[in-house]
Write a protein that binds this ligand. Structure first.
Ligand SMILES: [Zn+2]
Length: 269
């Protein structure tokens, strides 16, 4: 059975593991995303990779990477909005050089969509939207059983649909994007304004009144997919609330919201 090195690069953590053809995962390791510039960020990632590779006796046949967008098609260069030190960073070539293995890179939400269709909540579903709700907000769209790539490989980047005209400044430079209004950073911002018990109350208020509603609305506006799957932090913190928000009144189009993370990586973080 073949084994691959799976890597998940996010704005707050970098993770890697060995995954086999059946989707079983071993040796999962993660570290905080740290580094002020492209090289130090890559050094952090290389450290995680080296640790996982050293810890497995399996022969690895390739590397798969999920990372926030945008990127040049195929991840030849990546410019994730939530990792400021990487702008047009040549991640594909650097990882190929570092591991000596073939490397595939794609948007993390598209990887989530593939993973959920393969083994997760969207098995047997032909039309669905996968959403990463974490530091940022990403999306991957499957129609008629096919993952949408788009010209540049960035199709489904739902986080930068404007949901509040003139709203909060987003990392992309626009105002009122879904990512600016309804992401982990938005919750963090609310928490920073309070002290003591007010911190948790502020976080809960934003999660229940803003994040879940905006995510649900954006998902529904996307054309009434048969199912919506979500991943990342929503899994632990917001699942029930998001489920209730989407499920209320839309149960006929939504088969359910099940939280998982791209390729089964991650979880509690
Ligand atoms: Zn934006």
């Amino acid at each position: 059975m073949d084994h691959v090195l799976a890597i998940d690069v996010g704005g707050t953590k970098m993770a890697a593991a060995v995954v086999d053809e059946a989707g079983a995962m071993a040796g999962r390791t993660q570290v905080p995303t740290s580094g002020d510039d492209g090289e130090s960020l890559f050094t952090t990632l290389a450290g995680v990779v080296d640790g996982v590779v050293a810890g497995t006796s399996e022969e690895l046949v390739g590397v798969g990477v999920g990372i926030g967008g945008p990127m040049a098609k195929g991840g030849v260069t990546v410019s994730p909005l939530n990792i400021l030190g990487w702008r047009a960073f040549p991640l594909l070539a650097r990882l190929r050089e570092h591991t000596g293995l073939p490397v595939w890179i794609d948007n993390d939400a598209k990887a989530l969509a593939l993973g959920e269709g393969w083994l997760g909540a969207a098995v047997g579903v032909d039309d669905y939207l996968a959403m990463v709700v974490s530091t940022g907000v990403g999306g991957g769209v499957v129609l008629d059983g096919q993952l949408l790539d788009g010209e540049g490989g960035n199709a489904g980047h739902i986080g930068h649909v404007i949901v509040v005209p003139g709203g909060r400044l987003c990392g992309c430079g626009a105002h009122g994007c879904l990512e600016a209004e309804a992401s982990g950073l938005r919750v963090l911002d609310a928490m920073m304004r309070g002290t003591g018990a007010a911190v948790e109350a502020a976080a809960n208020k934003v999660i229940h009144t803003v994040v879940c509603q905006e995510i649900a609305r954006a998902a529904l506006d996307f054309g009434g997919p048969e199912a919506v799957v979500t991943g990342e932090r929503v899994e632990l913190l917001w699942r029930q609330s998001l489920w209730e928000t989407i499920g209320g009144g839309t149960s006929e189009v939504m088969r359910g919201v099940v939280a998982r993370q791209a390729l089964g990586l991650g979880g509690r973080n």
